[in-house]
Write a protein that binds this ligand. Sequence first.
Ligand SMILES: *Cc1c(COP(=O)(O)O)cnc(C)c1O
Length: 456
Amino acid sequence: MEEFEFRELQSWKEKEYFPLLNKLISKDEMLWLNPKIEKFETGSKKTPLTQEDVREAEDRLNRFAPYIAKVFPETKPMNGIIESPLKRIPSMKKSLERNYQQPILGELLLKCDSHLPISGSIKARGGIYEVLKHAEELALEHQLLTIRDDYSLLDSDRFRSFFSQYSIAVGSTGNLGLSIGIMSAKLGFNVTVHMSADAKQWKKDLLRNKNVNVMEYEADYSKAVEEGRLQADGDPSCYFVDDENSHDLFLGYAVAASRLKKQLEELEITIDEDHPLFVYLPCGVGGGPGGIAFGLKLLYGDHVHCFFAEPTHSPCMLLGLMTGLHDKISVQDIGIDNITDADGLAVGRPSGFVGKTIEPFLSGAYTVSDEQLYRLLKELADTEGIHLEPSALAGMIGPIKLSKEGTDYLHKHNLTGKMSKGAHIIWGTGGNMVPEEMREQYYQKGLNLTQTKKNP
Ligand SMILES: *Cc1c(COP(=O)(O)O)cnc(C)c1O
């Protein structure tokens, strides 16, 4: 294996990280525990974002609910609140325990963001929130709206024609583009989505059908974002949704926490000192998992333990956190190709804003191979009848990894004796909109891998 050339990276001094870095470079699956995690009480003093900011985002989504219910009828049963189910998955739990020869202590649940209305992925949280916030600002500024109005009045030619004077741009590997594109077009904005090479054809087709401009690039996510930023720089009426730095996206994701708290209460699952909660979140650039983890820490403090999950070929956040270099380092810098079938996670350079914000709160991060993702996809379909996209399975192996490799963490945080009273939530980040034909292909891949594993 090539020796990592670190001289160019000035701030890289801690030698003890080398064994783990070489493991990352070799693309073996690994679990990394965050040495910089702090007690919530001290960690929370380091962030400029607060519970008040999250509440403000929640209030804004509530103001828009009558409009959402009107223009997206599938959200009517929930009165225009875009939320997903939380489900126990006992059959999948048994299957994991059997296949990995590892008991999972505590309950296993799936947060089905795969089934979020409008765009079928976690991006229906942050992405839609940011577009709504921008629309509200414009309408308030031009005195077309007050925050006491019934926002369903935005569903009118008057508002659509007003918003059509403005444009919105975003760079995406697919799902963020879907959310931003669908929401912006519905309001009447001119919207352009700059898609990376990873983006699936059906996502581009779907957006074009909804009058969204789709630009395609041969390069990865970072390039698509750069193009979006360039477009917006040259045009004052164009608003750029900056997935790498946006506080609004982050806060839109963070709203998930208070909604989850209610769902846990409905399922009579207690979270406190003696009943720890573990949450496993697939991570791309970091905004989605970061915002949700942040929101959960604000509510549950030291009783919640959040882990990020990334493909072995795109471990950008793990690399940024482990080295402390955040967005100053990319996976390509250490010879990793950022090529993965987990298109939602195909990001080579993490968000510096998210990495720094989440650093005192995150318990750890781990990597998972594409083959593993397919096997888990097939297994979840067989055991629970739930179909996810490959990215969305990255969290599923978390409880196994933590139980097998995370005993230091469990000891250190005095969790060993409490595990059987705890709960694990796998964040299932996408999949409901995948066309039938592709869903079948994904399943077949998982099936083939499972069979070759059994009969080598
Ligand atoms: C975007 C995405 C993620 C990760 O969100 P980031 O904000 O990029 O970290 C996870 N899963 C799916 C399916 C996604 O589309």
